[in-house]
Design a protein around this ligand. Structure first.
Ligand SMILES: NC(=O)c1ccc[n+]([C@@H]2O[C@H](COP(=O)([O-])OP(=O)(O)OC[C@H]3O[C@@H](n4cnc5c(N)ncnc54)[C@H](O)[C@@H]3O)[C@@H](O)[C@H]2O)c1
Length: 240
């Protein structure tokens, strides 16, 4: 497809399906060496697809060791893996709240700690937050908390890692057609699309294209930002 990521070594989490898979495929098409991680076995369909549980430090150590053994370093980390648990805040089990925070927020933190020592020439870290990092809906206490937190982690890491030449940015997807929201899309696609300035819901490749830009040297002076990929959703004033 192109060479915008030629020779870059990228680790992408949650790459078995949905947005992570689209990112793995698009990054490879742009010339990157991709280590694709997931807890689902389907990730092994991809070249260099490996078991990676983002909540496990051992798992991160193994993934980074593989990248370094094969390619000598890491240039890009996409913290894409995420989960959702729907329940009203006072009815949510502590374990369910904790699990969402572990995958969506602790996971990216562990990933940053694992890759930074292996980014000697600088790098780009992309954290996939959400429009839920800006505002909530009912029954999303764990998810929304984690995605707000991930924006905070992004900004702090951008400041701490800037002197090392490492950029850290967040992508905030709107509704994207993936297994995570399949039930919503199936029931309400026409209504959701009609509510967006661009008139359609997002596809995984819409997010992958934004990730290519933030991973590439074209964004060399961009760090600490929130990049909505949302069909114009948050440009609108609600309720009018
Ligand atoms: N689809 C949307 O509308 C939407 C909107 C905003 C943000 N997001 C975010 O985008 C990211 C990608 O989600 P998606 O829509 O492709 O969903 P998805 O459910 O299709 O994919 C998520 C992937 O993460 C993997 N994963 C879950 N726990 C993991 C763990 N512990 N370690 C490694 N991998 C793990 C899953 O196995 C799955 O392959 C998530 O962070 C999600 O919160 C999605």
């Amino acid at each position: 497809m192109g060479d915008r990521l030629r020779g870059k070594v990228a680790i992408i989490t949650g790459a078995a399906r949905g947005q992570g898979r689209a990112e793995a495929e698009r990054f490879a098409a742009e010339g990157a060496h991709v280590i694709a991680g997931d807890v689902l076995d389907e990730v092994k369909d991809l070249p260099d697809g490996i078991h990676l549980d983002v909540t496990s430090t051992e798992s991160w150590t193994a993934a980074v060791a593989l990248a370094v053994e094969r390619h000598g370093r890491v240039d890009v980390l996409v913290n894409n893996a995420g989960i959702h648990h729907a329940a009203r805040v006072h009815e949510m089990a502590i374990e369910d709240f904790q699990r969402v925070l572990d995958v969506n927020l602790l996971g990216p933190f562990l990933g940053i700690k694992a890759v930074v020592p292996h980014m000697p020439g600088g790098g780009s870290i992309i954290n996939v937050s959400s429009l839920n990092g800006l505002a909530a809906q009912a029954r999303t206490a764990a998810y929304t908390s984690s995605k707000f937190g991930l924006r905070g982690l992004t900004k702090t890491a951008a400041i701490d890692l800037g002197p090392l030449g490492i950029r850290v940015n967040a992508i905030l997807p709107g509704v994207i057609r993936t297994p995570m929201v399949a039930y919503v899309v199936e029931e309400r696609e026409a209504e959701l699309a009609a509510g967006l300035p661009l008139g359609r819901i997002g596809e995984p490749m819409d997010v992958a294209a934004a990730a290519v830009f933030l991973a590439s040297d074209e964004s060399a002076w961009i760090s600490g930002i929130d990049l909505p990929v949302d069909g114009g959703h948050i440009a609108q004033t609600p309720g009018l």
